[in-house]
Design a protein around this ligand. Sequence first.
Ligand SMILES: [Fe+2]
Length: 468
Amino acid sequence: MPNWSQAIAKPAEEFPLKPLPILSGEIPDGLRGTLYRNGPGRLERGDQKVGHWFDGDGAILAIHLTEEGATATYRYVQTEGYQKEAEANRYLYPNYGMTVPGPFWKTWGKDVKNVANTSVLALPEKLLALWEGGNPYALNLHNLETKTLDNLDNLNEKQPFSAHPKIDPETGIIYNFGISLGAKVTLNLYKSDRTGKVVQKSDYSLEGLRLIHDFVLAGSYIIFFVPPVRVKLLPAALGFSSLSDAMEWKPELGTEILIFDRDSLSFVTKGKAAPWFQWHYSNGYVDEQGNIIVEFVRYPDFSTNQNLKEIPTGKIKTPAKGTLWEVEIDPKTAKVIRQEQLLDRGSDFPIIPPHQTGQNWRYTYLSVHRENADLSEEILGIIARYDRQLNKLTVANMEENLYASEPIFVPNIPNSEIGWVLTVVYDGNEHRSELRIYDSEELDKPPLCRLGLPNVIPMGFHGTWKAG
Ligand SMILES: [Fe+2]
């Protein structure tokens, strides 16, 4: 079995707030606040395994860096479904990649479980655990105690709050979306104030269920690339097939580009592009000619879904390689007028300095494969910085058998593009986890600081930084 599989071989164990030992270096002066990360902590229950990596129950890590040192806690989100399944010691609900066990006349129409496992949004008074199929769960920012399912004052229970909100750096307005199912399929757009309260909504009818995981803010636009994945709804609705297994790659349909106005949240235009698949965007902006520039991680097809489905088994059979691309789009027609692959290295989880959201920027941080990694065996293991100005990739200095989570960039002073890069690392040589802090200008040098974590933290999805 590959080394990374040990990190997810058993359900992760929670721990209460504990001080963290410094393994090397020092916590940089000025780096004060909290790193939050979310991801599936548990991929089995009783003798059952999840059907897909996306099905694992969300567990959140908080690492507080203060003048007194570092403390951390790791907690499962106590969703209603998690508590019921813990009591039953078996899976009771269907999910993205799994059907509910049992005869279909007992399970037909059963709601999927909110796994709250995809990302986090740190608000002034609460932390939200995000998942794209439902309302968020609110947690205590300090000890991660789960408070309640939270409708942000204005969402109905069928309106999900997806896992990739974007914060306008100037106004603090939080933009997000959610796809709701009813008589028709609706793409809901939201604006929230700084507290998270949804203050404006709009809706746009889709022609059927679409797989939309993320979006991009670019100048005055909100943009979605809708990949040519279609869902055979009947088998999924009847519970014969999971949603993931009911999805079909239909390249002949091409990728649809939807453009909305950021202020009014109203639809502007749509266009068709070549078929590709993406989970994540780095960022976007409007250039001097008025065209939209978007950077994202592009896959040639949907095999990435099968690749991620195989992760809980500990063994990958299906390779999938996403690479960093840039496209230029005419906002009047939503047509792609230029497209370019920026890097050949397999990558995903791109992030940028938060103060440059929706604006031109220089550095993209992302997870990449090690050079010469066997993609039919390995997962993304290492972090890197892509300098858009110099077209240069700097890869972190990390030993073999270490697996780094998505990088999180923290500016050294507000609105700086220089600072620190934080990543939670699973050390497969010693079967333990640690936080690493790198100088963003010296990613290829040893980390400035390493902090030991009490338990193994399995590889997860997304996180955020809240300045203290
Ligand atoms: Fe994501």
